[in-house]
Ligand binder design. Structure first.
Ligand code: ADE
Length: 308
């Protein structure tokens, strides 16, 4: 069902099941902003059978967003309503564009993006921060946390691959960290049906996450669960380096040729040979030779139970 809203933007009806009354949502602050989209922190009253007020995150568009951005946010909603897993961000409701801006309401993750969290954990605490130990203490990241994050993400990705969903932008910046250090795979903004569109690359070249992309995605726009596994290898590297930027000093224009020649990132200091060989298996040039997310889950599970 399609219609056109007051501002001329095409709007597609949202399912009654997910529709949430706009007057029960109270925006508090901006959590993050992109070029055309933004994420807001809000309180929602009686949402998704949670009685009383709950903290939520609201994904919406900026005023100057293009039609394509509306479509992207709407497809994110359509994907989110199909998923249900403890390590995938949960849709809570949606305010349709019929009576105001499109709001996609998702669960709130108290610690924000995993990349930021990892980077913050590097800082040596100042005297002032030591005074507020309750706030900063939780930012400590242990070797066990790293393995646990990897296992949780592998578990969520294994679920997504079971339901035949290809993420296409798996990276630490797109993992959210909730209370009790629980990882939530998020940002389905780039997630699309593999066969759906071919215009995407031309349209938003600036947003293509080259350093996380498998060679076959770079060369042939081919996205599969196996190209998600390649990205997961880069994500393990991000975890081990506490949120460093991959391929430091290498320009994105040169990356494809380097990878084709067999070049891979070197073993980060303090990365075990086991972990390093695991990420290299994800970076096999042959997609079929890469491990599955279930294999990866078991690897991290074993590492976690070995080091009790
Ligand atoms: N930033 C983006 N999405 C978020 C969420 N769901 N919770 C907290 N911070 C976020």
């Amino acid at each position: 069902l399609e219609n056109t809203s007051a501002n001329g933007v095409k709007s597609i009806k949202v399912d009654a099941k997910w529709k949430f009354p706009r007057h029960q949502i109270f925006i508090e602050q901006v959590l993050g902003e992109g070029e055309f989209g933004k994420v807001l922190k809000a309180k929602a009253f009686n949402i998704a059978s949670r009685p009383g007020y709950s903290l939520v995150a609201v994904k919406t568009l900026k005023n100057d967003a293009r039609n394509q951005d509306y479509n992207d946010l709407f497809s994110e909603y359509q994907l989110l309503k199909e998923v249900n897993h403890p390590h995938v961000i949960q849709l809570l409701g949606v305010c349709s564009s019929e009576d105001g801006p499109l709001y996609v309401i998702i669960e709130y993750a108290a610690f924000g993006s995993l990349r930021n969290y990892l980077r913050k954990s590097r800082h040596i605490l100042t005297a002032a921060e030591l005074g507020h130990l309750e706030d900063t203490f939780e930012h400590k990241v242990t070797a066990r946390d790293i393995l646990s994050f990897a296992r949780q993400i592998a578990s969520g990705m294994s679920y997504l691959s079971d339901i035949k969903l290809v993420h296409r932008d798996l990276a630490a910046r797109n993992i959210l960290l909730a209370e009790n250090k629980v990882c939530k795979i998020s940002d389905f903004g780039l997630t699309r049906d593999i066969y759906e569109d071919n215009a995407y690359f031309k349209k938003s070249k600036g947003r293509v996450p080259v350093k996380w992309m498998a060679p076959e995605s770079l060369a042939d726009h081919l996205y599969t669960t196996k190209s998600d596994v390649w990205s997961f290898g880069v994500l393990i590297w991000e975890l081990v380096t506490l949120g460093a930027s991959p391929y430091p000093g290498i320009q994105v224009q040169n990356l494809y040729n380097l990878l084709k020649q067999g070049y891979r990132m070197e073993r980060p200091p303090n990365c075990s040979t086991v972990l390093y060989s695991l990420m290299n298996r994800c970076w096999n040039v042959n997609p079929e030779a890469r491990p599955s997310f279930l294999d990866l889950y078991h690897c991290f599970d074993n590492l976690l139970t070995d080091n009790v």
